[in-house]
Design a binder for this molecule. Structure first.
Ligand SMILES: CC(C)(COP(=O)(O)OP(=O)(O)OC[C@H]1O[C@@H](n2cnc3c(N)ncnc32)[C@H](O)[C@@H]1OP(=O)(O)O)[C@@H](O)C(=O)NCCC(=O)NCCS
Length: 184
């Protein structure tokens, strides 16, 4: 992944093998993990052995897809991450946008600001026709970000990728045409 992104208030950079502790801290907050694992922290060993290596593998496989670490420009603090990756179960769905931020970074418009930048990255790739985003149904903050991005509700479905008990999820999407009409 070659793209280093800068928005008004954020820097989006590649993760490195030195970032495990940042991810462990992010996933240790039950409020952050509420809709993903019913609040259970991700085990530190799993982050070191599986999660972070998986993030790093994207950089070998793709130019403009994968996970971006988010740093607040004003403080230099790590806030969380975005991803832009092939939609599950395959890329025929389009790319999948996702985000996870520390609670201290919520309510500042950061998720929306960075997501807009990533939609521009996505649609700068001629082969990308649409971008989807998925969230658990009760996660209204996350769905609200999707709505602010101009994404449309597309479907209710059962999401089994996360271990939380409630599997009811929603999918939003935006096409290249819809994005261009926004004049973004
Ligand atoms: C999902 C998540 C990223 C949403 O974060 P968020 O901070 O609520 O989203 P935004 O970045 O859009 O910020 C929201 C609020 O910031 C406020 N805000 C403050 N300053 C702002 C500014 N300068 N510009 C824009 N909004 C600003 C706005 O009031 C906005 O709320 P509104 O649109 O209702 O008015 C966050 O809840 C999270 O990380 N959750 C845990 C992980 C998770 O569930 N991820 C999604 C899994 S699918």
């Amino acid at each position: 992944m070659k793209v280093f992104l800068e928005t008004e208030r954020l820097l989006l950079r590649q993760f490195t093998s030195a970032d495990a502790e940042l991810l462990i801290e992010l996933d240790s907050d039950p409020e952050v993990m509420r809709f993903l694992t019913d609040g259970k922290p991700t085990e530190a060993q799993l982050i070191r052995d599986d999660v972070l290596p998986r993030f790093l593998r994207y950089y070998q496989a793709y130019e403009n897809q994968g996970f971006w670490a988010v740093v607040e420009k004003a403080s230099g603090e790590f806030l969380g991450w975005f991803h832009l990756r092939p939609g599950a179960p395959d890329s025929s769905q389009g790319l999948e946008l996702g985000y996870r931020f520390k609670c201290s970074a919520w309510g500042k418009g950061y998720a929306t600001e960075g997501s807009r930048a990533l939609l521009r990255v996505a649609f700068a790739m001629p082969e990308v026709k649409r971008v989807i985003a998925i969230t658990m149904k009760p996660n209204v903050k996350s769905a609200h970000v999707m709505q602010k991005l101009g994404m449309r509700f597309e479907r209710d479905f059962v999401e089994t990728r996360f271990p939380g008990a409630d599997k009811a999820a929603v999918q939003y999407a935006i096409t290249r045409d819809e994005f261009q009409k926004q004049g973004s």
